[in-house]
Design a protein around this ligand. Sequence first.
Ligand code: AMP
Ligand code: ZN
Length: 122
Amino acid sequence: VTSPEQTVQPDCLFCRIISGEIPSSPVYETESVYAFPDIRPVGPTHVLVVPKVHRRDAADLRREDGQLLADLFAAATEVAALSGLSERGYRLVLNVGDDAGNTVPHLHLHVIGGRQLAWPPG
Ligand code: AMP
Ligand code: ZN
Protein backbone atom coordinates (compact mmCIF):
# COMPACT_ATOMS: atom_id res chain seq x y z
CA VAL A 1 0.00 0.00 0.00
CA THR A 2 1.28 3.44 -0.93
CA SER A 3 1.76 5.72 2.07
CA PRO A 4 -0.48 8.81 1.88
CA GLU A 5 2.62 11.01 1.60
CA GLN A 6 3.79 9.28 -1.57
CA THR A 7 1.96 11.50 -4.01
CA VAL A 8 4.52 11.28 -6.83
CA GLN A 9 6.95 8.46 -7.49
CA PRO A 10 9.97 9.43 -9.59
CA ASP A 11 10.34 5.95 -11.13
CA CYS A 12 6.67 5.63 -12.07
CA LEU A 13 5.88 5.88 -15.80
CA PHE A 14 2.49 7.53 -15.31
CA CYS A 15 3.78 9.92 -12.60
CA ARG A 16 6.37 11.03 -15.19
CA ILE A 17 3.64 11.46 -17.83
CA ILE A 18 1.50 13.48 -15.37
CA SER A 19 4.44 15.74 -14.49
CA GLY A 20 5.12 16.33 -18.20
CA GLU A 21 8.59 14.78 -17.99
CA ILE A 22 7.36 12.31 -20.62
CA PRO A 23 5.27 14.11 -23.26
CA SER A 24 1.67 13.04 -23.92
CA SER A 25 -1.42 14.51 -25.59
CA PRO A 26 -3.93 15.67 -22.99
CA VAL A 27 -7.49 14.51 -23.59
CA TYR A 28 -8.89 15.99 -20.37
CA GLU A 29 -7.40 17.37 -17.16
CA THR A 30 -8.55 18.66 -13.77
CA GLU A 31 -6.74 19.54 -10.55
CA SER A 32 -6.82 15.90 -9.48
CA VAL A 33 -6.88 13.75 -12.64
CA TYR A 34 -5.23 13.54 -16.07
CA ALA A 35 -6.45 11.71 -19.19
CA PHE A 36 -4.31 10.78 -22.20
CA PRO A 37 -4.48 8.28 -25.11
CA ASP A 38 -3.35 4.69 -24.53
CA ILE A 39 -0.21 4.02 -26.58
CA ARG A 40 -1.66 0.65 -27.76
CA PRO A 41 -5.35 1.34 -28.32
CA VAL A 42 -7.69 -1.68 -28.39
CA GLY A 43 -10.56 0.37 -29.84
CA PRO A 44 -11.15 3.53 -31.90
CA THR A 45 -11.18 5.36 -28.56
CA HIS A 46 -8.87 4.18 -25.77
CA VAL A 47 -8.05 6.76 -23.12
CA LEU A 48 -6.41 6.28 -19.72
CA VAL A 49 -7.71 8.36 -16.81
CA VAL A 50 -5.25 8.56 -13.92
CA PRO A 51 -5.24 10.25 -10.51
CA LYS A 52 -2.40 12.77 -10.20
CA VAL A 53 -1.49 11.31 -6.81
CA HIS A 54 0.16 7.91 -7.02
CA ARG A 55 -1.94 4.86 -6.14
CA ARG A 56 -0.72 1.44 -7.27
CA ASP A 57 -4.05 0.03 -8.37
CA ALA A 58 -7.68 -0.28 -7.26
CA ALA A 59 -6.61 -2.53 -4.38
CA ASP A 60 -4.38 0.29 -3.09
CA LEU A 61 -7.36 2.61 -2.52
CA ARG A 62 -8.57 3.47 0.97
CA ARG A 63 -11.81 4.98 2.25
CA GLU A 64 -10.21 8.43 2.36
CA ASP A 65 -9.79 8.21 -1.43
CA GLY A 66 -13.55 8.67 -1.95
CA GLN A 67 -13.20 12.11 -3.56
CA LEU A 68 -10.35 10.86 -5.73
CA LEU A 69 -12.54 8.02 -7.02
CA ALA A 70 -15.46 10.37 -7.67
CA ASP A 71 -13.12 12.64 -9.63
CA LEU A 72 -11.78 9.67 -11.62
CA PHE A 73 -15.23 8.49 -12.67
CA ALA A 74 -16.49 12.03 -13.37
CA ALA A 75 -13.46 12.50 -15.64
CA ALA A 76 -14.24 9.22 -17.43
CA THR A 77 -17.76 10.52 -18.13
CA GLU A 78 -16.25 13.72 -19.56
CA VAL A 79 -13.76 11.78 -21.67
CA ALA A 80 -16.59 9.64 -23.04
CA ALA A 81 -18.62 12.75 -23.92
CA LEU A 82 -15.62 14.49 -25.51
CA SER A 83 -14.95 11.32 -27.54
CA GLY A 84 -18.54 11.06 -28.75
CA LEU A 85 -19.23 7.85 -26.83
CA SER A 86 -22.05 8.96 -24.53
CA GLU A 87 -24.88 7.77 -26.75
CA ARG A 88 -23.65 4.35 -27.87
CA GLY A 89 -21.69 3.51 -24.73
CA TYR A 90 -18.21 2.41 -23.78
CA ARG A 91 -16.31 0.22 -21.34
CA LEU A 92 -14.49 1.25 -18.15
CA VAL A 93 -11.74 -1.15 -17.01
CA LEU A 94 -9.54 -1.35 -13.92
CA ASN A 95 -6.97 -4.14 -14.13
CA VAL A 96 -5.51 -5.43 -10.86
CA GLY A 97 -2.55 -7.82 -10.76
CA ASP A 98 -0.95 -10.30 -13.12
CA ASP A 99 -3.98 -12.40 -14.07
CA ALA A 100 -5.72 -9.22 -15.27
CA GLY A 101 -2.65 -8.26 -17.31
CA ASN A 102 -1.91 -5.18 -15.24
CA THR A 103 1.45 -3.81 -16.43
CA VAL A 104 1.74 -0.21 -15.16
CA PRO A 105 1.60 0.08 -11.35
CA HIS A 106 -0.16 3.49 -11.24
CA LEU A 107 -3.96 3.35 -11.01
CA HIS A 108 -5.54 3.98 -14.43
CA LEU A 109 -9.11 3.71 -15.60
CA HIS A 110 -9.37 2.56 -19.22
CA VAL A 111 -12.11 4.27 -21.27
CA ILE A 112 -12.64 2.11 -24.35
CA GLY A 113 -15.22 2.56 -27.09
CA GLY A 114 -16.09 3.43 -30.65
CA ARG A 115 -16.98 -0.13 -31.64
CA GLN A 116 -19.04 -3.04 -30.33
CA LEU A 117 -16.99 -4.70 -27.57
CA ALA A 118 -17.10 -8.43 -26.86
CA TRP A 119 -18.17 -9.70 -23.43
CA PRO A 120 -16.69 -11.38 -21.53
CA PRO A 121 -13.17 -10.17 -22.38
CA GLY A 122 -10.67 -12.91 -23.30
P1 AMP B 1 -2.86 -2.25 -17.70
O1 AMP B 1 -2.73 -3.52 -18.48
O2 AMP B 1 -4.24 -2.02 -17.16
O3 AMP B 1 -1.78 -2.05 -16.70
O4 AMP B 1 -2.72 -1.10 -18.80
C1 AMP B 1 -1.55 -0.40 -19.04
C2 AMP B 1 -1.82 0.37 -20.30
O5 AMP B 1 -0.87 1.39 -20.43
C3 AMP B 1 -1.71 -0.49 -21.57
O6 AMP B 1 -2.96 -0.47 -22.25
C4 AMP B 1 -0.58 0.17 -22.35
O7 AMP B 1 -0.83 0.16 -23.72
C5 AMP B 1 -0.58 1.56 -21.77
N1 AMP B 1 0.69 2.25 -21.85
C6 AMP B 1 1.91 1.78 -21.52
N2 AMP B 1 2.85 2.73 -21.69
C7 AMP B 1 2.20 3.84 -22.12
C8 AMP B 1 2.60 5.16 -22.47
N3 AMP B 1 3.89 5.55 -22.42
N4 AMP B 1 1.66 6.03 -22.89
C9 AMP B 1 0.36 5.65 -22.95
N5 AMP B 1 -0.08 4.44 -22.62
C10 AMP B 1 0.82 3.54 -22.22
ZN1 ZN C 1 2.70 6.95 -10.29
